[in-house]
Design a protein. Structure first.
Length: 317
């Protein structure tokens, strides 16, 4: 009897995979090439291509701090062939505007919380500071003279820079960029002084000496950069800033497709090669995620960042 049940289950699973996908899958990334979200999308896309034997197209849509890509995602067809790799930026962008062009939670269906990500305070290599505490002292006596880079107005890096500035009691000028690469070049040249960016996007430049890491924005150090102090060690626990990324589908996507994608992606995230690939970039996979759990996380983050934006009066410039 057990053999028959197992055979029926296997046949049902094969049938479920037989009618999806029927053509290439597109994953919209509301961030620039080189971003953490693009890295995660490509890592999963490679594995999904092999599993489904269909092409997975990564479609970066940078601009306006993620506003453009998130708007495209909200308007996409809901047949499972268009997905989105999103981050907290989707929530922040909507919270900063009185009439956002998309509904941050109502327009999407959660599939899986893909990764949790560490953020890092990085500076231009010629800035005469070696720690977060030194940086704070340096910046306090130069109000308005230092500037910080972000991936656009309303991006997570924008809010992270504002949160850090308030925690340190410094005045800095926000300079938005379209891509991570542009901001890193400008910091390397000393035209921009600091930024709070995800570890996957800065680990290369930090190890190559093109940027200097002063602190990871967490309570404890990262095994990827063990020599870099945690921001809590500098006496600034209120400056902690974690990030996350997850895969979603447009609202209305059939439940069976969401469940299939969830099951397949969770299995991929459990693979040692995927866990190593993510951890090498300063990110952790979340293989125990459920769609319901991911939605609860986003709802909590919506409330959290809503409070931060209101209290800091952060608005599109």
């Amino acid at each position: 009897m057990r053999r028959i049940a197992a055979a029926l289950f296997a046949a049902a699973a094969t049938l479920a995979h037989a009618d999806y996908p029927q053509r290439p899958i597109r994953i919209i990334v509301a961030a620039s090439p080189g971003s953490a979200d693009e890295f995660f999308a490509r890592a999963l896309g490679d594995q999904l291509e092999a599993r489904y034997r269909e092409r997975v197209v990564i479609d970066p849509r940078p601009g306006a701090g993620g506003l453009i890509g998130n708007q495209v995602l909200s308007r996409a067809g809901a047949d499972g062939h268009t997905l989105g790799m999103i981050s907290v930026t989707r929530l922040i962008n909507a919270l900063m505007r009185e009439s956002p062009p998309y509904r941050p939670l109502a327009d999407i269906v959660p599939v899986v919380h893909v990764a949790s990500i560490i953020n890092v305070l990085v500076t231009a290599p010629d800035l005469p500071v070696r720690s977060a505490a030194e940086f704070a002292r340096h910046a306090r006596v130069r109000p308005g003279e230092l500037n910080f880079a972000s991936m656009g107005i309303g991006s997570a890096s924008h809010v992270a820079g504002e949160v850090l500035s308030r925690a340190m009691g410094i005045q800095a000028v926000h300079v938005p960029y379209r891509t991570v690469g542009q901001s890193e070049i400008e910091m390397g040249l000393g035209r921009v002084h600091f930024a709070v960016l995800t570890l996957p996007t800065v680990i290369g430049p930090v190890k190559e000496g093109r940027l200097r890491a002063l602190a990871v924005m967490t309570a404890s150090r990262s095994p990827v950069l063990p020599q870099v102090a945690a921001i809590a060690e500098a006496g600034l626990p209120e400056a902690q800033f974690d990030s996350w990324s997850g895969l979603v589908a447009p609202q209305g996507t059939p439940r069976r497709i969401v469940e299939q994608l969830h099951g397949d992606i969770v299995n991929l995230l459990r693979m040692p090669v995927m866990r190593q690939r993510f951890s090498g970039q300063g990110a952790e996979t979340v293989p125990d995620s459920t769609p319901e759990g991911f939605m609860r996380l986003m709802q909590q983050e919506y409330l959290r960042f809503g409070a931060i934006i209101r209290e800091g009066a952060i608005r599109p410039e």
